[in-house]
Design a protein around this ligand. Structure first.
Ligand code: ADP
Length: 162
């Protein structure tokens, strides 16, 4: 049976850290589905449509990766619907570990048949988050190497004073 992993997140925006996890996941699983979901604790800079478009362009070079979005169901329900037996998540540091452990335990409670698989962040990206990059860009800091090119251009445009 095809091994499918769902990589859920808010991706506001997708960073090189995310892309590294996706790329490495794509070598482990037959298919990786990037799920653009809502994080109710975070205020979004990009619309879901913009995130989907940018993510699709950024992963276009990976033939076994696709991008979807949904805002109404639980992550495990989406995984089940898509035939994904695995959830893929990234861990950068100790606080991610604590945060991710609770989400994993809840997801296991909701659907014990779905396994969460964690990939440790690459050292070169382990200090970056979407929020840190947005914050840095807001004050014209150089974050080019931490974003896929299309994402960098899109975010820069958003942040330009009108
Ligand atoms: P969420 O709002 O669900 O945490 P994010 O888009 O912030 O969504 O992150 C999605 C996943 O990617 C999470 O598992 C997060 O830990 C992981 N991640 C975020 N940044 C990086 C990075 N720089 N390197 C590796 N994984 C990362």
């Amino acid at each position: 049976m095809k091994k499918i992993a769902l990589f859920p997140g808010s991706f506001d925006p997708l960073t090189m850290g995310h892309l590294s996890t996706i790329e490495r996941g794509a070598q482990i699983f037959d298919e990786v589905i990037v799920g653009i979901f809502i994080n109710t604790n975070k205020k979004s800079l990009l619309s879901t449509e913009e995130k989907v478009q940018l993510a699709k362009e950024a992963v276009a070079y990976l033939p076994n990766v696709k991008v979807i979005s949904q805002q109404t169901e639980l992550t495990v329900q989406t995984a089940r619907r898509l035939g994904a037996k695995f959830l893929l998540r990234g861990i950068r540091n100790g606080s991610d570990y604590e945060y991710e452990k609770d989400i994993m335990t809840m997801n296991r409670h909701l659907d014990p048949e779905i396994e969460t698989v964690f990939l440790m962040a690459e050292t070169q990206y382990s200090h970056i988050s979407s929020s840190l990059l947005k914050e840095t860009l807001l004050f014209q800091g150089d974050v080019k190497k931490y974003l896929p090119e299309n994402v960098y251009e899109a975010i820069k445009k958003k942040r330009e004073p009108r």
